[in-house]
Design a protein around this ligand. Structure first.
Ligand SMILES: *Cc1c(COP(=O)(O)O)cnc(C)c1O
Length: 353
């Protein structure tokens, strides 16, 4: 024990973020952290094979120019509308440091990605939770509830619920909200639309993306954010100088440049997702319509924890979120067809008639 705490009271008062576990057991079916079951684009393999270790002697490009140029081309934006980071979590840290403090609260949805309140605590800022409706949609009085916030985070598609929100609602929110609106699009490549285009129309909108899920690069740690040039310039002042390592910059650039591979793996995941959703519904599950690479579903007896434990005994690892609203559900990452078949056949043995 320390004689006294040397920490800021905010840090003492918080429990850290709990990442989804990365179990070391062999032969498990790992469907708990929304990783992609397919390998990264073949071009990534080439980059790694040809990468000269000598390059690691030097610091990487601090502004990720080549990577940002590739991203800009994809989004039909300019390079100075884009910032790159060490995963989208690093983008979030930069945004919290830029736009929140003790007098500038953040507003986020409930339930949503549980890292946001943790970042709020570290920053010493108040986090206003905006409860979603019973079917996990945006409440009508969202703007009223977020009134005092300087940062509003809308996760679209949302996690862990998987559903999206109507684009017209988002546009109205961006037009009326007085602070910065962050639209976290970690799962947008699995959805039918995106908010990237709003960056051209509103000077208070940031759209963030990650290469962890759709591009199958969770281990490389690359995230991007798109916004008005003024917002990006400010965010550049706050980021660590060399926040994306040299190998990851090269890998991410190659991955972005192979859109046909991206389409092929995301389409496979979408087909499997729809089959999983339909099969669970047939077994009496409540299934939230998913626009992401996971399905949020409650078993017929609404005992999410028991179903989670039963799957675990079969070495099928999904994610469980305790709590009044989320506790009857489990979140299942969409894996390969074989993995989902294993999950489904065991689920039939539990709930089939
Ligand atoms: C996975 C996820 C992130 C973080 O992605 P990384 O790039 O791996 O840090 C951010 N936001 C949401 C909603 C996510 O699900």
């Amino acid at each position: 024990m320390l004689k006294q705490s040397y920490f800021r009271p905010e840090i003492d008062a918080m429990t850290g973020y709990t990442p989804g576990e990365q179990p070391k057991i062999a032969n498990i079916i790992k469907l708990n952290t929304n990783e992609n079951p397919y390998p990264p684009a073949p071009a990534v393999n080439e980059i790694i094979k040809k990468f000269v270790p000598e390059k690691l002697r030097l610091y990487p490009d601090p502004t990720c120019t080549t990577l940002r140029r590739a991203a800009a081309e994809l989004c039909k934006l300019e390079t100075n509308n884009i910032i790159a980071a060490n995963g989208s979590d690093d983008i979030l840290t930069i945004i919290f440091r830029c736009f929140t403090d003790v007098t500038r609260p953040v507003a986020c949805l409930e339930p949503t990605y549980s890292l946001y309140p943790v970042l709020a605590k570290i920053q010493g800022t108040e986090c206003l939770n905006i409860d979603l409706t019973a079917d996990f949609q945006l409440p009508n009085n969202l703007l009223e509830q977020a009134r005092t916030a300087n940062l509003l985070i809308i996760t679209r598609p949302n996690a862990p619920t998987g559903n999206s929100f109507p684009l017209t609602n988002i546009e109205q929110i961006c037009a009326k909200f007085k602070g910065v609106v962050l639209i976290d699009e970690a799962y947008a490549d699995f959805a039918s639309d995106s908010c990237v285009e709003l960056v051209n129309r509103f000077d208070n909108v940031i759209v963030s993306r990650t290469l962890s899920k759709s591009y199958s690069l969770a281990g490389a740690r690359v995230g991007l954010a798109m916004a008005n040039e003024k917002l990006i310039t400010g965010m550049m002042k706050v980021k660590d100088s060399y926040n994306v390592n040299a190998l990851s910059q090269a890998i991410a650039t190659a991955a972005l440049q192979d859109q046909s591979y991206l389409k092929s793996i995301t389409n496979k995941i979408i087909v499997t997702r729809e089959r999983l959703s339909a099969s669970l519904k047939q077994l009496g599950f409540t299934v939230i319509p998913s626009a992401a690479n996971f399905v949020f579903a409650a078993p017929p007896d609404n005992n999410g924890k028991q179903y989670f434990d039963q799957l675990r005994e079969q070495a099928i690892i999904v994610r469980y979120f305790p709590g009044k609203i989320t506790g009857r559900f489990v979140r299942i990452t969409v894996g390969t067809n074989e993995q989902i078949d294993r999950l489904l056949s065991f689920t039939v043995s539990l709930f089939g008639r």
